[in-house]
Design a protein around this ligand. Structure first.
Ligand SMILES: Nc1nc2c(ncn2[C@@H]2O[C@H](COP(=O)(O)OP(=O)(O)OP(=O)(O)O)[C@@H](O)[C@H]2O)c(=O)[nH]1
Ligand SMILES: [Mg+2]
Length: 294
């Protein structure tokens, strides 16, 4: 079996996680319209009879404002070693500093780069053509692929390009061939809940949220999974916003998360969520250590 590792990198909000999900064909990474949605590196495992490619989605590269941000950048950087190729995702416009730095970094290590100019579905053709020209002047890419991760346009063409970067000889198989991600179900459950919070609330609140699964129990008497989760936020005022008037916001978040969890687990889910305040956890080393151990 031919095997390889490919990192997906870029600035926040360009559609890296959407692209990972489109490649794998399943929802394994959460997606939102807020930057800095992804906090951990996430492996998506693409399996075919003769081929296994591990795609690693990474947190968006940004100038960190707290220890959580620093940890996120570290995660992204850890995913850039020992890879067969990189997918740099960008929006189809002039390359910025983040893109230029990223490209130089891979070039310096002789790592082939595929540039994905994403969100082609909402970008005029002339603008895409212009961006291709500007990027092509920067370096020799293995290929430049305009795509829409959202609409799954050109994702197959991207996969063909990625396959060219994988060594022709047999390699070590890193993951079982029947799993789609390296994440535990518990981790995915906490992420799905965090996604609903990112989607339901305005920017400031969800950035200060962490979700922990307190218990995860598959009942043996009924086909039900009982999940209890704790939503940690940074301020009392945020707690109020998350819960909402008469508990309405929290109810909505939990009900959307439950629906997603039911399709993930293919089982009925009973979900209860609690909200707790932990001041300034984003700068708390001990808290973050636990966060990244999960
Ligand atoms: N129109 C359009 N929107 C897209 C496309 N791909 C992603 N998006 C949207 O862009 C936003 C960000 O998508 P994500 O996949 O979370 O972006 P990301 O790069 O993983 O972001 P971080 O995890 O914050 O670094 C979401 O609202 C997506 O729905 C696309 O091809 N077209
Ligand atoms: Mg992401």
């Amino acid at each position: 079996m031919r095997t390889g590792f490919i990192t997906i990198a870029g600035r926040p909000n360009v559609g890296k996680s959407t692209l990972l999900n489109a490649i794998i064909g399943e929802k394994i990474a959460i997606v939102s319209d807020k930057p800095q949605t992804t906090r951990n590196k996430i492996a998506g495992i693409y399996n075919r009879d003769d081929l296994q490619i591990v795609f690693v989605d990474t947190p968006g590269l940004h100038a960190p404002k707290n220890k959580l941000g620093e940890r996120m950048i570290r995660e992204a950087e850890e995913a850039m070693d020992g890879i067969d190729g990189a997918i740099v995702v960008a929006e189809p416009r002039s390359p910025g500093k983040t893109e230029k730095n990223l490209i130089s970094r891979f070039q310096a290590e002789d790592i082939p780069i595929i540039l994905v100019l994403n969100k082609a579905d909402i970008t005029p053709k002339e603008q895409i053509a212009k961006a291709i020209g500007q990027y092509a002047a920067l370096c020799e890419f293995a290929s430049i692929v305009p795509a829409s991760a959202l609409k799954k346009d050109n994702v197959d063409a991207l996969l063909d390009e990625v396959e060219k970067l994988i060594a022709p000889e047999d390699g070590a198989v890193y993951y079982p061939t029947d799993i789609a991600t390296d994440q535990t179900v518990r981790k995915m459950a906490s992420e799905f809940i965090r996604e609903k919070i990112l989607r339901a609330l305005s920017a400031e609140v969800p950035h200060g949220i962490a979700v922990h699964i307190l218990s995860f129990r598959e009942r043996s008497d009924k086909p039900i999974t009982e999940i209890s989760a704790e939503i940690v936020c940074e301020k009392d005022s945020h707690k109020g916003i998350i819960i909402g008037k008469n508990g309405r916001t929290l109810k909505k978040i939990a009900s959307l998360a439950r629906a997603d969890l039911e399709s993930l687990l293919d089982r009925k889910v009973f979900l209860e969520c609690f909200v707790k305040v932990r001041t300034a956890w984003r700068d708390d080393e001990r808290f973050l250590e636990n966060e990244y151990e999960q």
